[in-house]
Design a protein around this ligand. Structure first.
Ligand code: G1P
Length: 296
């Protein structure tokens, strides 16, 4: 019997050094794309996939994330008093149920695998999704929902994958590819951040996973991998052959919000999608680009 997918883990302990000085006193996951923090996009995406329990793996300086999902009584009372109903709704519409969010501390930056292992009591024997908030995906169907569907279809682990330029394999977990129907890919092996000459393919994992709890026993060994860190990819590689393991070429466009250019692109793409501001942004861009790239 396939266990229902109800849990998600959000590793949010990273320092955000690529966004200094913005992230000196602020969690990078609180950086907004238009008017919503990255972490809220991730939590909303998980909820849209039927997730009911959320675990944030945090570290020092991340209290704003926890506050963000709490009820802000004073703020709400002020908004109510001023008749600001739309603003009030913008706070309440996505408020997770009481008791549905837990946090655990990672304590030391020992890698993504270690972060997930820190959530082991939350995970128990259940399947769970992982969402890395840095990866923001614009899609018709939320990517975690696409992965959840593939999990119910295959009965095993599924990771979101996309082709990357060959010279960039060193930035990602890379698949050794078995049977491939163009959408679902059978995973024969996984390598974390291989040099292009060692990469078994150009198909890379992006920050969305649905895994079974079996990964925890492999993480428990705390074996160090690429960069001297405990790598989730290495633990997942050990599951291959013991249970179904697939990559899903998701529908959607991914923005790497851990990177300044990717973050800027996300701002533009998400703003253009918004009915309340898309036309104004388009008008600005077309005027600005016309000045930058005059015709003829
Ligand atoms: C992590 C994973 C890597 C994956 C990537 C996706 O790397 O270790 O396998 O491809 O996320 O964004 P990081 O970006 O934390 O270095």
């Amino acid at each position: 019997m396939i266990k229902p997918l109800r849990k998600a883990v959000f590793p949010v302990a990273g320092l955000g050094t690529r966004f200094l000085p913005a992230t000196k006193a602020m969690a990078k996951e609180m950086l907004p794309v238009v008017d919503k923090p990255l972490i809220q996009y991730a939590v909303e995406e998980a909820r849209a996939a039927g997730i009911e329990q959320f675990c944030m793996v945090t570290g020092r300086g991340k209290t704003a994330i926890v506050e963000h999902f709490d009820i802000a009584y004073e703020l709400e009372a002020t908004l109510r008093g001023r008749g600001k109903d739309a603003e009030l709704r913008s706070l309440r519409d996505w408020q997770p149920a009481a008791g549905s969010i837990v946090t655990v501390r990672q304590q030391e930056p020992l890698g993504l695998g270690h972060a997930i292992w820190c959530a082991r009591a939350f995970i128990g024997d259940d399947p769970f999704a992982i969402l890395l908030p840095d990866d923001l995906i614009l899609s018709e169907t939320p990517v975690t929902k696409q992965l959840a569907n593939a999990y119910y279809e295959t009965g095993g682990c599924v990771v979101a994958v996309t082709e990357v330029p060959h010279e960039q394999t060193q930035r990602y977990g890379i698949l050794d590819v078995g049977a491939d129907d163009g959408r679902l890919v059978e995973v024969k092996g996984l390598v974390e951040k291989p040099k292009p000459e060692d990469a078994p393919s150009d198909l890379s994992i992006i920050g969305r996973y649905v895994l079974t709890s079996g990964v925890i026993q492999h993480l428990s060994r705390m074996e160090r991998g690429a960069g001297g860190e405990v790598q989730l990819t290495d633990a997942m590689a050990k599951m291959i052959g013991h249970e179904p393991f697939h990559g899903l070429r998701y529908e959607g466009r991914r923005f790497d919000c851990g990177d300044k250019i990717g973050f800027l692109e996300a701002q533009i793409a998400f703003a253009l999608k918004r009915p309340d501001m898309g036309p104004a942004v388009k008008q600005f861009l077309s005027g600005y680009c016309a000045d930058l790239f005059p015709r003829g």
